[in-house]
Design a protein around this ligand. Structure first.
Ligand code: AMP
Ligand code: ZN
Length: 436
C-alpha cells in the first residue's frame, strides 16, 4: 500500500514519517530495478533478489553504486524496467565517448517529475499571474521541457522560448511583461550586457524572479545578477539521471537547496574512500530515485561535491538542504550549461589524420559567456600548403566538434612543437573561468 500525501503535507512531514515513506518507496524501486537486466545482475551479485532484502533504509548500503559508465554500458535498454509500450518519453545526455545515457519515463514518472518542478516554482512564490520565459534549451536536454510542464502545472503562463536569440528574449520580456525566467547564470549576465545594444532598457521589463542552474556559479555571481536586474534569483540543481531540473531548489530564504527527499534518497560519500561523509563534511552526492518506475537508479554517483545542511529551515520544510555545488570529482566540463568531456573532443581530433598528437582545450570567459578554443598541432607540410586548405581544415575540425558536443569552438592550428609538452600526465584542459 502506498502512503499518499498532499504536496504541502509532504513538504513539511516529520522526519520519521518521511523515512517510512522513503523506505516504502525504496523497496518498490528495488523491485522495479530487479526487472532491468542491469540491476538483476548487479543486485543479484550483491545478494539482493527481492525487495524483502531491504528491511530498513540503511540496507541501501548493501547495494553497489551506479555510475555514468554503468548507464552507458546499459545503453539502450539495459536499465528499462517497463515494457516499451508503457514508456512515453526518453531524454538522452552526452557521454564521454559519444555513447549517450538514456532515461525513460512512463506517464506516471513524468507526472511525478512535473509535480516536483511545480513544487519548486511554487516554493519561491511563483504561480497564477506569473509570466514565465523559459530560456533553457528545449530538446533532449531536460531543462526546457522539464521546467515547462511543471511551471504550467503551477499555473504560470509559460513562454517556451528556449535558449539563445537574445533580441527575441528581450522582445518577449517586454511585450509579455515576463515576471520570471529560468536561465543559466552565465546567460543571465550575457543578457544584461546586451540590453542597450539590442535597443532596450531595464525599465522596459517587469522581471521579478529568476531561477538558475545547470552550471556551477558562486554566491557572488547570484548577488551580481540580482543587483543588476533588481530581482531575486534562486539556485536550482538537477541532473538528467535524476529527471533533470528541480532535484534540489532554494526556498525563499536562499540558504542552500531543499532536496526533494520523498523522490530522491540522499547519501554523501567521500569520493576517495567511498565511505559515508560525516555530518557537515563535504562529499560527493549519491542519489537514488524513489518514485521513478521506467528507469530506477540506485545509489547513483553524481560526481557533484556539496555539503548536507541538516538544520531545520525557517520555511518549515523538513526536506534537508544541500549547499551550492562546489565542483565535480571527474573531468566533466560545463560550458554555457552544456556538459562536455574532454575525451569527446580528443576522440574527434584523433580521428583526423592531418592533426598531430598534441592539443589543448582552453576555456575562458568572453563577456558573460564561456568561450571554448581547441588548439591543435598539424603536420609541417600543411603549413606550406595553400592558406585556403588551412582554413578548410579549421572549419572541418570546428564542424566535427560542433556535431559531437553541440558547441562551436574556436579552432587554432599550430606548427608542431608550439603547444606545451608535458612530462607525465598531460594537462590538456586550461580552464580560466572564474565563477564570479
Ligand atoms: P545534465 O545531466 O546535463 O542536466 O547536467 C547535470 C550536471 O550539471 C550536474 O551533475 C552538475 O554538475 C551540473 N549542475 C546542474 N545544476 C547545477 C547547479 N545549480 N549548480 C552547479 N552545477 C549544476
Ligand atoms: Zn526552506
Amino acid at each position: 500500500m502506498n502512503i499518499r500525501y498532499w504536496n504541502r503535507e509532504l513538504e513539511t512531514i516529520d522526519r520519521s514519517s518521511l523515512e517510512k515513506y522513503q523506505l516504502e518507496n525504496l523497496k518498490e524501486t528495488v523491485s522495479w530495478a530487479l526487472k532491468t537486466p542491469f540491476y538483476k545482475k548487479r543486485l543479484g551479485e550483491a545478494g539482493i533478489s527481492s525487495s524483502d532484502d531491504i528491511k530498513k533504509l540503511s540496507d541501501i548500503k548493501k547495494i553497489p553504486f551506479t555510475t555514468k559508465d554503468d548507464l552507458r554500458s546499459a545503453y539502450p535498454y539495459g536499465l528499462l524496467a517497463l515494457p516499451k509500450e508503457e514508456v512515453v518519453r526518453l531524454h538522452a545526455s552526452s557521454g564521454t565517448t559519444g555513447t549517450p545515457t538514456v532515461i525513460y519515463h512512463s506517464q506516471r514518472d513524468l507526472d511525478r517529475w512535473t509535480e516536483l518542478v511545480s513544487r519548486s516554482v511554487t516554493m519561491i512564490g511563483c504561480g497564477k499571474g506569473d509570466v514565465f520565459q523559459n530560456m533553457m534549451t528545449y530538446g533532449l536536454f531536460t531543462g526546457g521541457i522539464g521546467l515547462h510542464y511543471g511551471a504550467e502545472k503551477a499555473g504560470l503562463l509559460v513562454i517556451p522560448v528556449s535558449s539563445g536569440n537574445t533580441k527575441r528574449q528581450f522582445k518577449f520580456m517586454k511585450d509579455f511583461q515576463t515576471t520570471f525566467v529560468h536561465a543559466t547564470p552565465s546567460y543571465m549576465l550575457h543578457l544584461y550586457s546586451k540590453i542597450e545594444e539590442e535597443g532596450f532598457k531595464l525599465s522596459d521589463f517587469n522581471l521579478k524572479k529568476s531561477m538558475g542552474g545547470a552550471e556551477p556559479h558562486s554566491e557572488d555571481m547570484r548577488k551580481k545578477i540580482e543587483s543588476l536586474f533588481n530581482i531575486d534569483m534562486y539556485n536550482n540543481y538537477g541532473l538528467s539521471e535524476m529527471n533533470g531540473p528541480c532535484v534540489a531548489t532554494e526556498c525563499v530564504y536562499k540558504d542552500d537547496m531543499h532536496i526533494w527527499e520523498d523522490s530522491f534518497y540522499l547519501e554523501m560519500i567521500n569520493p576517495d574512500t567511498l565511505e559515508e561523509s560525516g555530518e557537515g563534511e563535504s562529499g560527493e552526492l549519491v542519489i537514488s530515485t524513489l518514485r521513478r518506475q521506467a528507469t530506477p537508479l540506485l545509489r547513483y554517483r553524481t560526481r557533484d561535491l556539496s555539503v548536507i545542511n541538516p538544520q531545520p529551515c525557517r520555511c518549515g520544510r523538513t526536506h534537508r538542504r544541500i549547499s551550492r555545488i562546489k565542483g565535480r570529482t571527474d573531468d566533466m566540463l560545463i560550458i554555457n550549461g552544456v556538459n562536455v568531456f574532454p575525451s569527446q573532443i580528443e576522440e574527434i581530433i584523433m580521428k583526423m589524420p592531418e592533426i598531430g598528437t598534441n592539443y589543448l582545450i582552453a576555456i575562458e570567459k568572453s563577456g558573460a559567456l564561456d568561450k571554448l578554443t581547441v588548439k591543435t598541432e598539424v603536420g609541417p607540410d600543411i603549413f606550406s600548403d595553400d592558406a585556403r586548405d588551412l582554413n578548410a581544415l579549421r572549419h572541418r575540425i570546428k564542424d566535427n566538434i560542433k556535431a559531437a558536443i553541440s558547441i562551436s569552438p574556436n579552432v587554432e592550428l599550430h606548427e608542431p612543437g608550439v603547444l606545451p609538452v608535458h612530462e607525465g600526465k598531460a594537462k590538456r584542459v586550461i580552464d580560466d573561468r572564474k565563477n564570479d
